[in-house]
Design a binder for this molecule. Structure first.
Ligand code: PMP
Length: 376
């Protein structure tokens, strides 16, 4: 992968920062550059994608490439559909349960792994019976279960998991997906495209695009065609997965610019990065740079996550006092390292280092952490 230090310096832009936001998050410089170059005229169209009909040939090519890139990156089998929707991952909490729990005579099992899983449960409860297969709240959501050891009934409507809890910074390890059992439905919002996935072990996975895949306003779902058969009639058109599947996500006006940027991000992953194995290796290298500084700090920094389940995307830690945490976040900001405050519900610090955060940015943060700890 070609990565240059602060590439935007070459653009004559001097006020870009290292942005550790949990989402919307930093995008690959290469993608921003291409979007800028195509802003007034996309590929000879004489207009921007922002201004273009979603029924035009240009947009057909854009959405076609977006899907083809995803299919190639994740080796999506042909019997899975790729859907582009709006409403964020939060709407999926409702749509999953409306489409797949409402018609079921059995409950759905949910793994309550953190703040986002809790929200998914709250919406599903409006639609049917929910069984809590595992609940990590007693441990402050610092660890995760082995899904194969859970008591999940074979005839459950589905098993819902969150592969990466963005707020707590915990992530299921690669290969966590059971080979059998009810359809696995996964909220993969914050680690989508960060590593390869065995798609065939899932019934469905979904992700808001605004972390690893593009801008806010677009949600991607990948679902097995068989699940479409279960959907009850009578759902509102825009809340029924069949509407998106039968119309190639073009039943109504889609979030066209967001799909275009996702197409550029997935092209960058394929062509510049070289695929998800390479992306995963780099993500592990980046996260290890921060976890090792936490571990070597003699307890000055305290990681939140159980080491077996720590996230490669969202690194969460505490300092000895809230006052020091505030000084840390303010000092980092003054050094051009932004958005390191932990989520308001848990406090502490959090660095989100999705695919597009260059390793150079992580190194700058690591040095800042070492310096700050030595000044104590
Ligand atoms: N699930 C996870 C794991 C998330 O991180 C988020 C957003 N941070 C959501 C769901 C909600 O996504 P949205 O804001 O797109 O509704």
């Amino acid at each position: 992968m070609t990565s240059t230090l602060a590439p935007w310096k070459d653009w004559g832009v001097t006020d870009r920062v290292w942005n550790f936001s949990a989402g919307p998050a930093t995008l690959p410089a290469h993608v921003l550059e291409t979007a800028r170059d195509q802003m007034l005229s996309f590929d000879g169209a004489g207009m921007s994608v922002l201004e273009m009909s979603h029924r035009s040939k240009w947009f057909e090519d854009i959405i076609g490439e977006a899907e083809a890139n995803l299919r190639e990156l994740l080796a999506i089998p042909p019997d899975y559909r790729v859907l582009f929707m709006q409403g964020g991952a939060s709407l999926q909490f409702s749509m999953v349960s409306m489409n797949l729990l409402r018609p079921s005579s059995s409950p759905a099992d949910y793994v309550v792994s953190g703040s986002w899983a809790k929200k998914a449960v709250a919406e599903a409860r409006r639609e049917g019976d929910v069984r809590i297969a595992w609940d990590g709240s007693d441990g402050g959501f610092s660890t995760l279960p082995d899904l194969r050891e859970l008591d999940v009934s074979g005839d459950a409507a589905y098993l819902h998991v969150t592969s990466n809890e963005t707020i707590q910074g915990i992530e299921f390890p690669p290969g966590f997906e059971p080979e059998s059992g009810p359809p696995l439905i996964c909220d993969a919002s914050s680690d989508f495209l960060s590593r390869p996935l065995p798609v065939s072990r899932y019934g469905m996975l979904y992700a808001g695009a605004q972390k690893n895949a593009g801008p806010a306003g677009l949600t991607v779902a990948i679902l097995h065609g068989d699940l479409l058969e279960r959907i009850p009639d009578g759902l509102h058109t825009m809340l029924d997965y069949r509407t998106f599947s039968e119309n190639r996500s073009l039943y109504n006006t889609p979030p066209a610019f967001a799909i275009y940027v996702l197409m550029l991000v997935t092209r960058w992953l394929r062509v510049e990065v070289g695929g998800l194995d390479d992306m995963h290796a780099l993500n592990l290298e980046k996260s290890a740079l921060l976890y090792s500084v936490i571990e070597e700090s003699d307890g000055f920094y305290r990681g939140h996550a159980d080491p077996a389940f720590r996230s490669a995307m969202n690194i969460t830690w505490r300092l000895p006092s809230e006052e020091l945490e505030k000084r840390f976040v303010d000092g980092a900001k003054a050094a051009g390292l932004l958005e390191l405050k932990g989520h308001r519900s848990v406090g502490g610090c959090r660095a989100s280092i999705y695919n597009a955060m260059p390793i150079e940015g992580v190194r700058v943060l690591r040095s800042f952490m070492e310096d700050f700890a030595s000044r104590g």
